[in-house]
Ligand binder design. Structure first.
Ligand SMILES: [Zn+2]
Ligand SMILES: [Zn+2]
Length: 309
């Protein structure tokens, strides 16, 4: 039994940018790939569960499909209609900034998967059989618990997540602790995927960059359809070097050293008296007089980024 959460970026700017780059059939190709992947997961086993989330700035209802709540296990119509509706609504907004906040949808997905795993591992025949039967029930519960797996697949089109760095890292570490594997397919310009490459590495998942929309279905079906324990049978994705630099909240670029806000733990590539994320003000009187002098401030300190992990 496996619970899979599929998170799809639903920013109309990102979809539009991809369409400009790869032609007008891009949207149809991506939608078909996502729906085929969702149906393949549900088709593998009757006990498999599926959750589909859309994440973006103007997405109010993030969960667009849940197999536990729907009687229809064919996701084609529901997922395509919901994504179309969200993208059409997002087109009418004046906001033309590319990017979508992933954190809220990912946290939502993790909570649902945790809830599903609790329901699945609970004994459905528990009608107070008494203390004599308790040991066998525990054994059965343990064996069911071992088979239950939770995974998340993120299909990302942009990697601008500078202000979300702290919250996303917390989510990735909590996912690793809960044994939730996070797979990432990036369709953006940057093949490194930014922080999402770190997500796959921390949680034991796969990261892949789809250069063309046609590559999306191939990547999803060959590398992300099965649980990580079965993936040795397939060719390993090139995940040799993971870039563990943090992205700065001000310019959304990866930096190897920077300033860390002591309030919200955002990374800033240069000193500013007011944190650009949480608006916390820092005392300027404690600034070092000489640039080379090794003295830390009261409220903001300079750390090498690699020591964060
Ligand atoms: Zn910066
Ligand atoms: Zn801050």
């Amino acid at each position: 039994m496996s619970t899979l959460s599929v998170l799809v970026e639903a920013s109309s700017c990102s979809w539009g940018k991809l369409t400009c780059q790869h032609g007008e059939r891009t949207i149809g190709i991506i939608l078909r790939a996502i729906v085929s992947f969702c149906n393949a997961h549900l088709g593998q086993s009757a006990s498999n569960q599926l959750l589909v989330f859309a994440y973006g700035k103007n997405v109010e209802k993030k969960m667009i499909y849940s197999s536990a709540r729907s009687e229809n296990r064919n996701t084609s119509h529901v997922v395509v209609e919901c994504l179309r509706e969200i993208l059409m609504g997002d087109c009418n907004n004046d906001d033309d900034v590319i990017g979508a906040p992933l954190g809220p949808a990912l946290a939502h997905a993790f909570c649902h998967m945790k809830k599903h795993s609790r329901v699945a591992t609970a004994d459905p025949c528990d009608d107070s059989l008494g203390p004599a039967a308790s040991s066998s029930n525990n054994d059965q519960s343990d064996s069911t618990k071992e088979k239950m797996t939770s995974r998340a697949v993120v299909t990302s089109m942009t990697q601008i997540m500078g202000s979300e760095h702290g919250s996303l890292m917390n989510l990735f570490f909590s996912a690793a602790k809960q044994c939730i594997c996070v797979d990432v397919v990036s369709m953006g310009d940057d093949s490194t995927g930014g922080i999402l490459q770190q997500a796959a590495d921390i949680t034991g998942g796969s990261f892949s960059h789809a250069q063309k929309p046609h590559d999306l279905l191939k990547i999803l079906m060959t590398n992300m359809l099965t649980d990580p324990s079965y993936r040795t049978a397939f060719s390993k994705l090139s995940n040799s070097s993971v870039d563990y630099r943090a992205s700065c909240a001000c310019h959304h670029t990866l930096v190897s050293s920077g300033w860390v806000c002591s309030i919200c733990l955002s990374v800033l590539c240069q000193y500013t008296p007011i944190c650009k994320v949480c608006r916390a003000a820092f005392t300027i009187t404690n600034l070092p007089k000489k640039p080379n002098r090794k003295r830390t401030l009261n409220f903001i300190r300079r750390y090498p980024i690699k020591s964060i992990r």
